[in-house]
Design a protein. Structure first.
Length: 596
């Protein structure tokens, strides 16, 4: 195998080093070659980002005959040292808000469901502490993690109580009175100041490591190598720190991508230049050389979105319009797109919307009187996932069960992923993946938005979060091997078109409310998806006849257009209604059965 000069420099290096590697630059290959050149008696630990990466890396090291390399994740390492030693029981799915309220016997005083709002913040405070390198809960200021004015105001009022209850909850886990969570045993491992018996530690995906992980890594008395991509940090919401920028090691670069050709590399570089709009200092240019072999064949096709909401809306549009499609696939468990991390489901929100409390399974949502109360809860907790579910329910209402069933009926299992005619994923779930052809959903930050923010709110910008938003778009476009389909609104200004980059026209619409954590700070609001709105108010603005009754004349006109094969999107535009409304009327009139 022919290695680049950059790879040779890394393999022949000595001492502690950090490697800044662009997307598709052969990080794992380089690390394997690095390990091969160390003495055969060396004890080497490779720290992978997650379980799937661990399994893949283990296979590759074994194939190269490197029996002296041990592959772990930070959590698997901590599990072996902490859970077995203390005989803890692990709660794999984490705690729901109502479970924390019950365990701590939180009392509702004054405001409605205040115990659930407090429990939600305790849950986040626990995660914040466990992912930090702090020694005590009191060493952290949880308020610094909040961006929403209502949420900040609420937490200020109850801060001492929230902090004390957070400490009590951690104490209960520590004593084994309740099951522990994954973040807890990693934190306990970090606090124990472990010394690992290795000569070399190779730390992958360093840009998304938690401060607790980095602290464990830096305290080891061995040769340390950390590798990642500064511009692929997308887990700040999980309290990740960009350790590549924090560690004072000699820097090496991997700037050649073997995944895609130069047109995609050029686009990736231009997207990274978006950061100049928000940076206080000019961005140091990131050179990317694209040496991937472009091909006309597209075996794997994927739709990538920034948010669950954007992806779900695009999937609904896809299965609604392309009825002949038989197989689709969602990266990760498909249920994760309809369930929040704490267990509440899209169906719970729908039942609340319909006033069917007896059908709500989640105790916290069941305590709400209506959707307005749930919205108030969301505002005070910054619960992004629940906000997304509310918007989906407002958009599709009682069509949701049928739509989700249609999606699930076409969904293939992990073992049959290669059968999928289209793969759907958020950027977070496709981290490390690559596809032959990628279509980008129009729910990412745009250069136009960044320019506007700079003009209006430069002093108030949350630069870390905006930087991560740009990273999300960079990660999305660099998942492709061959073709990229991207909305024109997401392209950098004056970017040239090429045979590999296909521009998707976007209908001009007013920006609409998204689940972005910046909305309440007026930092920016995301672009709407083509032909879709996120609320009833927006539907009324963009589809003037959306709620007008169907007349016999309109039904006859719709039937004629259906028989003539007019596309649903064009019919929606003609009648001034949503595509969902058109499809619903087609079903009502049984046009498919009569004229198929």
């Amino acid at each position: 195998m022919r290695l680049t000069p950059e790879q040779h420099d890394i393999i022949q290096s000595s001492g502690n080093i950090k490697i800044n590697a662009v997307a598709g630059s052969g990080k794992t290959t380089t690390i394997i070659e690095y390990a091969k050149t160390r003495p055969a008696t060396s004890r080497i630990l490779y720290l992978a980002f997650n379980k799937s990466v661990k399994l893949d890396a283990t296979k590759k090291f074994v194939e190269k005959g490197l029996q002296n390399v041990k592959v772990e994740t930070a959590h698997s390492l901590a599990f072996k040292h902490i859970v077995f030693k203390h005989n803890y029981k692990v709660k794999s799915q984490g705690y729901k808000t109502n479970e924390i309220a019950e365990i701590l016997n939180l009392q509702a005083t004054g405001e409605k469901y205040v115990q659930y709002i407090i429990a939600n913040h305790i849950n986040k405070f626990v995660a914040y502490f466990c992912n930090s390198d702090a020694q005590r809960v009191q060493d952290l200021n949880y308020l610094e993690t909040l961006t929403d004015a209502k949420a900040s105001s609420f937490v200020k009022t109850f801060y001492n109580y929230i902090e004390n209850q957070t400490r009590l909850f951690l104490s209960k886990m520590d004593k084994g009175e309740i099951e522990i969570i994954h973040d807890f045993y990693l934190k306990k491992f970090q606090l124990s100041k472990p010394m690992l018996n290795y000569d070399y530690i190779l730390f992958d995906e360093g840009q998304d490591a938690s401060a607790a992980m980095v602290d464990i890594f830096l305290n080891q008395k061995c040769t340390k190598v950390i590798v990642g991509d500064t511009h692929q940090q997308i887990y700040g919401w999980r309290y990740a720190v960009n350790s590549l920028e924090k560690v004072d090691f000699k820097t090496h670069h991997l700037s050649t991508s073997f995944r895609f050709a130069q047109p995609i590399a050029d686009l990736a570089m231009e997207i990274l230049k978006f950061k100049n709009h928000i940076s206080e200092e000019p961005l140091k240019e990131v050179p990317i050389k694209g040496e991937g072999a472009a091909s006309k064949e597209s075996k794997t096709k994927a739709v990538l979105a920034r948010t669950n909401l954007g992806l779900l809306l695009k999937a609904i549009e896809y299965v609604t319009e392309k009825k002949k499609v038989k197989h689709i696939y969602f990266e990760g468990n498909i249920n994760s797109y309809t369930y929040a991390d704490e267990g509440a489901s899209l169906y719970d929100v729908l039942n609340l919307y319909n006033g069917r409390h007896f059908q709500i399974k989640d105790a916290m949502i069941k305590s709400m009187k209506d959707l307005r109360e749930l919205q108030d809860y969301i505002d005070k907790t910054e619960d992004v996932q629940l906000r997304m579910m509310v918007e989906v329910v407002k958009e599709y209402g009682n069509e949701i069960p049928g739509i989700i069933k249609s999606i699930k009926d076409k969904h293939v299992s992990n073992d049959e992923k290669e059968k999928a005619e289209m793969i759907f994923s958020t950027v977070h779930r496709c981290k490390g993946m690559e596809y032959d052809s990628v279509q980008i959903v129009n729910d990412f930050i745009t250069e136009e938005k960044l320019e506007k923010l700079t003009d209006e709110n430069k002093e108030k910008l949350n630069r870390d979060k905006l930087n991560e938003e740009i990273n999300l778009l960079y990660v999305a476009v660099t998942r492709t091997r061959n073709s990229l389909y991207i909305p024109e609104t997401l392209l950098p200004n004056d970017f040239p078109v090429s045979s590999q980059i296909h521009i998707m026209k976007v209908a001009k619409q007013e920006t609409v409310k998204s689940e972005s954590p910046f909305d309440k700070n007026n930092l920016y609001q995301m672009q709407s998806l083509p032909e879709k709105a996120y609320s009833f108010q927006q539907i009324r603005q963009t589809h003037k006849s959306a709620y007008m009754p169907w007349t016999d004349e309109l039904d006859e006109e719709l039937t004629t257009m259906y028989c003539e094969g007019v596309h649903v999107k064009d019919m929606a535009k003609h009648f001034g209604r949503t595509m969902g409304a058109i499809n619903k009327r087609i079903k009502k009139l049984e046009l498919e059965e009569l004229y198929r």
